[in-house]
Write a protein that binds this ligand. Structure first.
Ligand code: HEC
Ligand code: HEC
Ligand code: HEC
Ligand code: HEC
Ligand code: HEC
Length: 500
């Protein structure tokens, strides 16, 4: 045997030698085939592209377009791995083909570490392997993080557009979707990913499914409540502490009338929110429901609740049944212990009613109440049928302008700016709440807080749920709030409080 740095006598370093004889030589021999070479090329190309993107990101030039995310965090890493997988596949196929033809050489072409070119080749392979391992681990990490980001959950999938839009303008716009919908624990993580993948498949097959009716299609609108991604009480309580709920909450709401002056009236309400006080007494809206009230809902949206049961301090149970229900036995349906989302079912995805949306915009001045008839006309424009959000964005401004041009041309002459602002705001309100392609429109997702637009609290507090001895779940207005003013113009109480 000849000398040199890589040449030892067999007895000294048999491992290295055996590695060279049994692995390096055959690998080089079999690896020299089109499939393995193509695999190497795919891996190198996608790896270099990803590294380039990461460098651009490090320089702060990134762009949160969700489709770029899909390419860089999901598709390229997949190509990268595919390329890596092709290399052994090519080796295997070539070996099989040669074996069949009886062409496997008894001895593979010599691997000579004295050959500088060959030695550098081996160095490159080793460095490439280390780089590949690094790329795979960074890509896996980035891909997982990306799949948890609101961009991925809400934006890359147009099906979630209504929920994502509402989320972006909610108090929770900085809370990741996964904080509420997945929570902690490996089990819930995988449950969510499996469900997400099913939805991805449903969405990708949607166009096909509409032609051929046998592929599972995604539902429009996305059904609510979400059975397998339901936020639970612990999830909200990771950030909101019930012990801090204690107190009253002042609520001021403005309503505008359908007359020329858009006459404004206000409701001033003090809600007995309560909670757990320093003596651990449970009081008020937050105090009395959590943990000890159970119900059965007989419809999908949990609006119809004919059976309610309270667990009392002494461990006994009291059943309140709707008069439609004969007897106190629970009917068939979904049985639940009341938690946060039985009232806050639209937390972070609040879709307003057209009336509420418009009243709010007029109260904050973004639609000026000084424009004659703007409440009546605005409401009609918001509630009209449009084929898409883009359609609404064209028609609403055109029709508002036409309305003033034909009826009150002097408004356009003196308040053109206010009219323009009003149109823009109406279009914004429409596109925050109505999504024709997802069949989400005014009222699709009822909000269970309150009782004015939807049954809400009155699902149970309707004066019709009673025990055998005739005690009803209260509908007394003062149990939930003090009504300081209802539909008053310029309520005195607001002036007294120094609010207006
Ligand atoms: C603060 C908590 C919270 C956050 C953050 C949150 N959601 Fe939700 N989401 C909810 C609640 C509560 C429901 C209603 C669940 C129920 O009634 O069972 C819901 C329902 C949904 C639904 C079902 C359809 C519907 O409108 O009810 C979808 C889809 C959804 N969320 C997607 C998202 C996406 C996408 C994000 C991130 C962009 C997100 N959510 C962030 C709390 C949250
Ligand atoms: C990761 C933390 C986090 C989680 C989880 C969370 N919230 Fe919040 N929540 C916040 C923050 C932050 C605010 C904004 C506070 C502010 O703006 O003053 C907020 C505000 C709110 C508000 C008042 C504003 C509004 O939208 O009416 C409600 C109600 C609320 N959260 C309910 C919930 C419910 C119900 C859940 C569980 C489904 C939940 N939150 C989960 C952090 C969280
Ligand atoms: C029985 C119905 C009900 C239940 C159950 C309920 N809430 Fe509320 N919550 C309300 C009402 C009503 C308000 C006041 C609504 C408003 O501000 O318009 C409120 C307000 C809040 C606010 C805002 C407080 C503020 O100062 O503005 C937070 C945060 C909140 N709830 C969190 C929770 C969490 C977390 C849970 C579960 C542990 C929960 N709620 C359970 C009815 C409920
Ligand atoms: C699933 C049924 C259900 C829903 C929905 C519900 N409640 Fe209740 N609520 C009850 C029951 C049951 C009681 C206990 C009745 C009793 O003790 O006589 C109760 C008690 C109360 C009390 C205490 C009443 C008293 O006299 O001390 C308040 C306040 C209250 N609820 C407010 C609300 C508000 C506000 C909402 C809506 C945001 C709401 N509830 C939604 C079932 C419900
Ligand atoms: C079970 C609790 C409960 C009872 C009983 C109740 N309310 Fe309310 N009410 C609420 C809640 C919660 C809100 C706040 C809704 C919100 O946050 O938007 C509210 C809001 C209001 C408002 C403000 C306007 C609005 O659009 O929200 C008025 C007015 C009102 N209630 C009138 C009444 C009257 C009148 C009665 C008696 C017949 C009554 N309520 C009984 C829970 C109750």
């Amino acid at each position: 045997m000849c000398g040199g740095p890589f040449h030892f006598s067999g007895g000294q370093v048999p491992l290295l030698l055996r590695f060279r004889e049994h692995w390096v030589r055959p690998a080089l021999f079999f690896g020299n085939n089109p499939i393995s070479l193509a695999g190497g090329a795919v891996t190198t190309a996608s790896g270099v592209t990803m590294i380039g993107y990461w460098l651009i990101e490090l320089l702060g030039r990134s762009n949160d377009n969700p489709y770029l995310g899909i390419i860089f965090f999901l598709i390229l890493p997949a190509l990268f791995l595919l390329g890596l997988a092709l290399i052994p596949v090519g080796v295997f196929l070539r070996r099989k083909a040669l074996q069949k033809a009886g062409q496997i050489p008894a001895e593979f072409p010599k691997v000579d570490f004295n050959d500088r070119v060959f030695r550098h080749g081996v160095d490159i392979v080793m460095v490439a392997t280390i780089v590949n391992l690094m790329v795979v681990s960074v890509a896996t990490y980035r891909g997982a993080a990306y799949m948890d980001s609101p961009q991925f959950c809400g934006q890359s999938c147009h099906v979630m557009n209504p929920e994502y839009t509402a989320y972006r303008i909610s108090a929770h716009s900085h809370v990741a979707c996964t904080e509420c919908h997945i929570g902690s624990g490996v089990e819930s993580y995988f449950a969510a990913k499996v469900n997400g993948t099913k939805q991805l498949i449903e969405v990708s097959t949607h166009s096909f499914a509409s032609m051929a009716k046998f592929v599972p299609d995604y539902p429009t609108p996305i059904p609510s409540p979400v059975r397998n991604l339901r936020p639970a009480r612990e999830i909200c309580e990771a950030c909101h502490t019930p012990a801090k709920f204690v107190g009253e909450k002042l609520l001021v709401k403005s309503n505008f009338a359908d007359d020329e002056q858009n006459t404004q009236t206000q409701d001033v309400v003090v809600l007995h929110l309560g909670g757990q006080d320093s003596l651990s007494h449970l009081t008020g809206i937050h105090g009395v429901h959590l943990g000890h009230i159970e119900y059965v809902a007989t419809d999908e949206t949990r609006t119809s609740i004919p059976w309610v049961q309270r667990r009392n301090a002494d461990g006994s149970e009291t059943v309140f049944a709707a008069s439609s229900l004969k007897g106190a036995n629970p009917p068939a349906g979904e049985r639940r212990v009341m938690d946060c989302i039985d009232c806050h079912n639209r937390a972070s995805h609040t879709f307003m009613t057209a009336e509420d949306a418009l009243n709010r915009a007029m109260a904050d001045g973004s639609i000026s109440p000084t424009l004659p008839w703007v409440h009546k006309e605005g409401l009609a424009l918001l509630k009209a049928d449009y084929s898409s959000q883009a359609d609404a964005a064209v028609k609403i401004p055109a029709q508002l302008e036409a309305f003033y041009r034909s009826g009150n041309p002097q408004v356009l002459a003196t308040k053109a700016d206010l009219v323009k602002h009003a149109s823009q705001k109406l279009v914004a309100l429409y596109s925050e709440n109505v999504f024709p392609d997802m069949k989400v429109t005014w009222g699709t997702h009822p909000n269970h807080i309150g009782h004015m637009s939807y049954p809400g609290c009155f699902r149970c507090h309707d004066g019709d749920h009673s025990t055998k001895d005739g005690t009803v779940i209260t509908q007394d207005c003062t149990a939930c709030h003090n009504l300081l003013a209802v539909d008053e113009s310029k309520p005195k109480v607001l002036a007294d409080l120094g609010i207006q």
